[in-house]
Design a protein around this ligand. Structure first.
Ligand code: GDD
Ligand code: MN
Length: 415
């Protein structure tokens, strides 16, 4: 297989020569199974980085150089990735920095993950065995850790511990070649978060995290700016707004509105009076609600919301898993109704217990309702949809294989 290590450079004259020697001279010979190449993507660095690369190209035939205008790190990588796929027949690419913060000796460990069948191998700083530079001041560590945590939480990528790492291997076939590199949300550092989102959330990639020590930069300086931090924040927000969870939340809110509107409409319809009157003999018994027309109107209004939730989640949130055949649709709709009963049971228990403990007041009822919805019903519904209805998540032990697995310790053992 052809594996291309892509190294973007901007003013890395003090690093790139040593880096190419370390990679091509020392590390590539250790990787016998593959044809290893390097692609340096230099944005016409004024310090003469490209000249050093050209000298090394005379020494090693595995090096290629791509020159271009400076448009940011993401633009450089997009250009490099397309070139590696189109012109260098890459089967996998490795994203790597020139400044020795990524250890050339770790390249073979990423390649090992590829050999073990993984599509996406992340050099991870935030798992056991990984680290960030000790020399960094507290605020730098905090920004790195905080940014990573924020992105993980907002995008619900809990299983991956390092989502901003710049050192990783990506399989080309079926993964990188499916991603629209011309329309990434960032031309700068945040492109990494976008690609990671595409890989983890949109495609069935097998993911491995390999611990790496992210070294201190000894030569030259970081090109990251305050603007890049702000941009990363907006990219995460934009990705969140595209996410399934956000769509699910909007549809849930619309369902709630439908529920309230139909409750008013139905309670004014005489058809429910007729219906409930056949149970009027229950008035005065424990089951008097069954004889109330409004109870039937409420149930019908809830069913309207359930129908709306089902239709819109099927065609929007889970568009990729969309159910179309009429028989399957009927069966899934039945399942959907059955899982919706869970939400009723949750409310029954939570509001029932809250009222029992704190007394039956509007404040207690409404607080319990909001608590039940936010902490239990939303996670419950989202899980049911993903696990049972549209089957996006595969829960181990329930007979399915996980589609995104994290294999993260030093021995690369499966967790
Ligand atoms: N061609 C090109 N164009 N290369 C660039 C550009 C650019 O606009 N900006 C940066 N580079 C090159 C640098 O020359 C270096 O080889 C590599 O990209 C990484 O740049 P640094 O400026 O050293 O990045 P960093 O150390 O601050 O950030 C690293 O860690 C982050 C996580 O903490 C990178 O790996 C980030 O991608 C990563 O998110
Ligand atoms: Mn760096």
């Amino acid at each position: 297989m052809n594996i291309v290590v892509i190294i973007p450079t901007y003013n890395e004259v003090e690093n790139i020569g040593r880096m190419l020697d370390a990679l091509v001279g020392e590390e590539f010979p250790k990787i016998k199974k593959h044809l290893m190449k390097v692609l340096v993507v230099d944005d016409n660095s004024p310090d003469g980085t490209a000249k050093v690369v050209q000298q090394k190209m005379k020494k090693y035939k595995q090096i290629e150089l791509l020159l271009g205008k400076k448009n940011g790190l993401g633009a450089a990588f997009a250009r490099g990735m397309k070139y590696a796929m189109d012109k260098m027949e890459a089967d996998a690419v490795i994203e790597m920095d020139a400044d020795f913060q990524h250890d050339p000796q770790d390249v073979k460990r990423l390649v090992q993950g590829f050999d073990d069948g993984y599509d996406y191998v992340i050099g991870s700083r935030y798992i056991k065995g990984g680290s960030i530079p000790e020399q960094w001041e507290f605020y730098r560590k905090f920004i790195s850790w905080g940014g990573n945590f924020f992105a993980r939480a907002a995008l619900m990528i809990i299983k991956i511990h390092d989502v901003t790492s710049g050192f990783k291997l990506t399989r080309v076939k079926g993964l990188l070649d499916q991603i629209d590199l011309d329309n990434l949300l960032s031309r700068s550092y945040a492109y990494k978060i976008h690609i990671l989102y595409e890989v983890i959330k949109e495609r069935n990639a097998k993911v491995l995290e390999v611990p790496i020590k992210f070294h201190f930069r000894e030569k030259g300086s970081s090109k990251i700016e305050k603007e890049d931090l702000k941009e990363s924040f907006t990219v995460v927000i934009k990705l969140f707004l595209r996410s399934r969870f956000f769509k699910f939340a909007i549809i849930g809110f619309v369902g709630f509105l439908i529920n309230s509107v139909f409750l008013e409409i139905f309670s004014s319809l005489s058809i429910f009076d007729k219906f409930s009157s056949s149970f009027s003999y229950l008035k005065g018994t424990k089951f008097h609600a069954v004889g109330e027309s409004t109870a039937w109107a409420a149930a019908a209004a809830t069913e309207m919301a359930i129908i709306s939730n089902f239709i819109f989640n099927n065609s929007w949130t889970f568009a990729k898993e969309k159910i179309t055949s009429p028989i399957k649709l009927a069966w899934k709709f039945l399942q959907f109704n059955l899982t919706s009963i869970g939400a009723i049971v949750i409310q029954f228990i939570v509001i029932g217990s809250a009222v029992g403990v704190f007394g039956d007041t509007t404040l207690v009822r409404q607080t319990a309702l909001v608590g039940a919805v936010v902490f239990l019903i939303i996670p419950y519904n989202y899980t049911m949809y993903n696990v049972i209805i549209w089957k996006r998540w595969r829960i181990p032990g329930l007979g399915w294989i996980q589609d995104v697995s994290v294999y993260d310790n030093i021995k690369n053992k499966r967790r």
